[in-house]
Design a protein around this ligand. Sequence first.
Ligand code: V55
Ligand code: FE
Length: 491
Amino acid sequence: MSMNKWPDSFDFQGFNEPIGEEWSAQNLDVEGSIPAEINGAFFRAGADPAFYPTVEKDTYLSGDGVVSRFLIQNGKVDFALKYVNTARHQAEVAAGHALFGAYHNPYTDDPSVAGVDRTTANTTPIWHAGRLFLSKEDGHSYEVNPHTLETIGSWTYGGKLRTLTTSAHPRFDPETGEMFIHGYEASGPASKDVALCVIDRNGNVVSEEWFEAPYCAMLHDFVLTKNWALFPIFPTIADLDRMKAGGPAWVHHQDLPSWVAIMPRYGKGSEVRWVKGPNGLSGYHMMNGYEEEKDGTTLLHIDQNVMETNIFPFVREASGIDASPADIRAALVRWTIDLNNLDAGWVETPLGPPGDMSRTALKDQARPYEIGYYACYDPEVGPPITHSVVGAGFNTLIRVNVQNGEITALPLGPDRSINEPVHIPSQEAGHEGWLAAVVDTHSTMTSELWFIEAGDPGKGAIAKVKLGRRLRPQIHGTWVEKDDLDKSIHQ
Ligand code: V55
Ligand code: FE
C-alpha cells in the first residue's frame, strides 16, 4: 500500500520536496556573460519520486531518476528535464502508484513487480564512446538520447557483462579513453562479488574480472592509477536474511575494519591484494588516485572524503548509531599505501576540510595532479539548512592544491546551497578552465547555474543563469563538449 503523503523527513522537505514535472525552457536569463569557449552540455542526474512511497521510512536515494541538461551554445542556455523511463517507472506509471518498496531491498516490493529491474538510474550521467547513460549502483545503466533526453533502454553492452550491476562511478583514463567500471553485488543482493569491467574507447567490453570482498559493502566508488584499480571498502554492509525479513538493507558496523582492495587494472580478480585499516570508517566519493615511485618502492595515493561513521541518517538509524551530522569527524584525506609493505596498512594525510562531491579536471584523472574541487559545509558560513541527500546543504565551494596544501574557498552565505560542480576545460594554455554548479537560494526557493573561474573560485560567479524556479538537488553531473555531443551515436 502506498502512503497518501510524503514521509515526514528532510528527504521530502524544503528544496528536497518532490517536484514531479518534466519541463524545459529556452534562452534563459543570464546575469554576466558566459565565456565564448564554453559550448556543450551539462548533464545532471537527480532523484524525484513520481509517487508517494509504499514505506514510511523512504529515503532520498530511492527517488525516480530524472535527467536534466543545460545546453550552452554561444552564451545562450537552454534547459530540459525528463524522467528516466526505467522499467520501474513504467510499471508504477501503469499502476498509478508506487510498487517498489524500501531502498535497496527487493524483498519489500509488491509481488506484481517481482523480477522487474528495480533500479531508478538516478545517480550519475555517464558519457562514454558517444553515448549517454544514467546509472545507479544497484543495476545496469539506462541509455538516454543526449539530444531529446528520451530513454532508449537498459544498457548491458549487448549482454556481454556477467555482473548484474555497474556502478555510478566509472573512472576514465584520459589518455587511452578507456572506461573502468565496477559493480558490487555482482551476483545478486548481498553477494560479496565485485566486478571490474574495462570498456575500450569505442565502448567495447575488453574484460570483466571478479573478486570477493570481505563483506557486502556499499562500494560506491573507486580510484584508478596508471597500473592499478584501488577499492576502499567501508563496513556499511548488506545482509540477505535481514533483507528477506523486510529489514533495512544497509547497516554500518562501527566495529569492523575498512579495507583497500588493490587490483592490477588489466589484471585478474585472483591477483587482488588486501590492505587492512581502522574500524568503522565510511566514505562514498574519491577525488583521484595516482602512483608515485619513491625510494625504491611504489606508493599508491587515494584522495577521498573519509568520515568516522556513515553520513546517511537513515543508515545510522538502522545501525543504532547516535551521532548528529555536526559532530561527525570527517576530512578530505590522502591514504598512501606502500606497495612493498601492505602489512603496514596505509598512512593518512589531511588535505582539506570535510566535504563531498569532489572533482578534478578529466585530464588529471589517474595520474599525478595538483588541483581538486569539492563542496563543503562550513559552520561559520551559516547554520545547517535542509538540502540534498544527507540533509544539510553545502554552503562553500573549495579548490584545493593537493601538492602544496593551498585552499581557496567560495563561501555562499547562509541562504545558499551548492550542488556538485563539473569542470569545464579551456583550450587556452595555462588556463585552468571553469566550474559550473547549480546554486540554490532558500529564501526564494530558486535555482541558478553558476559559472566560476576554476583557478580563482573566490572571485565568485562570472555568470549566473536564472531558472526562476526550484530544481530538486542534484546527485552527480557530467560535462560534455559540443564536439563530443556532435559525434554522439544518436542525433
Ligand atoms: C549514493 C547515492 C545513491 C545511492 C547510493 O551518494 C549512494 C551516494 C543517489 O543514489 O543509491
Ligand atoms: Fe556518488
